[in-house]
Design a protein around this ligand. Structure first.
Ligand code: F6R
Length: 254
């Protein structure tokens, strides 16, 4: 895994958006895997700024989001569908039919997940997958213990994830207890992965993912087995890696 260590959040967002735009310039039909949460907000802001300033044309881009709460209405203020509209899709010209988000209103979740997976395959796979990381090492909503071989599926959220995210709901008891998520194998099939992590709260998860054993107890640790992963970390998220960030990354990816 390659580790890019920068000082602060804005630089994480700048670096990630630059990497995505460089890939998009080479291949305007880019297939992007996208994340929600607090971490990528500045990344979307930066992409939108560049889109407007440089009058870019994103009409060739296809997107697949990592996850969505279940059950939840698309129109719910805390749905990931709403989040993506507010932070990205309402501001750029990606055609609606090229945007794919697992449907939190689906009656048959198994069918919904199969349809989503088939969509990724039909698009030729994800070129660049953006990831955040949970304090417990989750990627997407693949909580500790999720089999590495999993495809998109329905998950029961852990108490720590419910606690971390319920603050965003006007009434915390409204927070859904389940979610639909890309599986670990789905994420690992992406050609390139960019994981963004910010703040000391993520430092232990980053340390374990990079320097600990590859284990289903730490979902992000599987990324060491992917051939093209870049971690973009601010000072806080990198704070437990020790001085030799690059050395540690190189050693652990072997
Ligand atoms: C979001 C997602 C989650 C988040 C993770 C970190 O689509 O899949 O894995 O990336 O929970 O969330 P933040 O960025 O809010 O710390």
């Amino acid at each position: 895994m390659k580790v890019v260590k920068v000082e602060k959040y804005e630089e994480v967002c700048e670096h990630a958006s630059e990497m995505v735009l460089t890939a998009w310039k080479q291949h305007p039909q880019l297939v992007l895997g996208l994340a929600t949460g607090s971490t990528p907000i500045g990344f979307y802001r930066r992409l939108v700024e560049r889109y407007l300033q440089e009058r870019l044309d994103f009409s060739g881009i296809t997107t697949f989001n990592l996850d969505e709460y279940y059950p939840i209405k698309r129109s719910h203020p805390q749905s990931f569908a709403r989040f993506m509209k507010e932070h990205f899709f309402d501001h750029v010209n990606i055609p609606a039919e090229q945007i794919h988000i697992l449907n939190g209103e689906a009656l048959d979740t198994g069918e919904e997940c199969s349809r989503f997976e088939a969509g990724i395959d039909a698009a030729g796979g994800v070129d660049i997958q953006i990831l955040g990381i949970g304090r417990n090492g989750h990627i997407g909503f693949n909580e500790p213990g999720t089999p590495f071989g999993s495809r998109s599926h329905l998950v029961a959220l852990t108490a720590s994830t419910i606690q971390a995210n319920s603050r965003f709901f006007a009434d915390p008891s409204e927070m859904p207890r389940h979610a639909l998520t890309m599986g670990i194998q789905t994420i690992m099939k992406s050609k390139k992965i960019l994981l963004l992590a910010v703040g000391e709260g993520k430092a232990e998860a980053i340390r374990l993912a990079l320097q600990g054993p590859v284990t289903e107890a730490m979902p992000a640790s599987i990324l060491k087995r992917h051939p093209d992963v870049t971690l973009i970390l601010d000072r806080g998220a990198a704070s437990l890696l020790g001085g030799g960030v690059q050395d540690a990354a190189a050693r652990d990816s072997q």
